[in-house]
Design a protein around this ligand. Structure first.
Ligand SMILES: C[S@@+](CC[C@H](N)C(=O)[O-])C[C@H]1O[C@@H](n2cnc3c(N)ncnc32)[C@H](O)[C@@H]1O
Length: 220
């Protein structure tokens, strides 16, 4: 994408009514504790898509489950633009986007405010020196999720990175979490699974390169 287009998208995202940007907010204006009553204006359960990029899961789940609320979260505005624009065009009132660092999630969500989390193709942070604490399934991030996810709330991870997948399985074990379902090769082992077959932008690229997609769901 050219620079001009990026700048336009950043400006669009700043004015889209379904996007909240952390840069705009004083502490008192943050949506923490207000998602159901003031933002969605209903008491439906809330699912987050973390590292949402274009928000493919948030959008498709919002279409399929109008009785639930979805929030796509990513730091990159030009990517969020895609999901936010689609939601506006389709009139999807049960989806919002939040442009922020996931590291600060607990400043934007109250205890028990979130029912479920999807983490879709997060950066595995393997190329340069190991930066494991940046991984969205590291103990640091699980501790953040503990502050806002309801007891028994499910975390779903989809990834193309075997290193990240194995790291997550180790972390789940070390942190005493409970695996609900593990699929080592989504398109071989669960080819007809309606939820696992939703494909994100990055997933389509990985599939074209012949990569294997892994999935695990767990509770904290
Ligand atoms: C590989 S992309 C995947 C995007 C999308 N889920 C997909 O599958 O097409 C990873 C995304 O994670 C976001 N990301 C990584 N770490 C983040 C963090 N700590 N806070 C917010 N966004 C983050 C990046 O901005 C990027 O858009």
């Amino acid at each position: 994408m050219g620079n001009k287009n990026k700048i336009k998208r950043i400006a669009d995202v700043a004015r889209f009514e379904n996007v909240i940007e952390y840069t705009d907010l004083e502490e008192s204006e943050r949506p923490k504790g207000k998602w159901k009553n003031e933002i969605f204006k209903n008491q439906n359960p809330i699912t987050l898509e973390l590292a949402c990029g274009k928000g493919d899961y948030a959008i498709e789940l919002a279409r399929r489950f109008p009785e639930r609320n979805f929030i796509g979260i990513d730091i990159k505005g030009p990517r969020i633009w895609n999901g936010a624009k689609t939601a506006l065009e389709e009139g999807l009132s049960n989806v919002r986007f939040l442009r922020m660092f996931i590291d600060h999630l607990h400043y934007y969500f109250d205890r028990d405010e979130v029912d479920e989390i999807w983490i879709t193709f997060p950066d595995p942070y393997i190329r340069k020196k190991p930066r494991r604490s940046k991984r969205l399934t590291s103990p640091k991030f699980l501790n953040i999720y503990r502050k806002l996810l309801k007891e028994g709330g499910i975390i779903h991870l989809k990834t193309d990175s075997l290193i990240l997948f194995n790291f997550t399985l180790d972390t789940i074990r070390e942190e005493g979490c409970t695996i609900l379902r593990r699929v080592d090769n989504v398109y071989r082992d669960a080819p007809n699974d309606d939820l696992l077959n939703i494909q994100t932008f990055y997933e389509k690229k990985h599939l074209k390169e012949g990569k294997i997609i892994q999935y695990v769901s767990f509770t904290l």
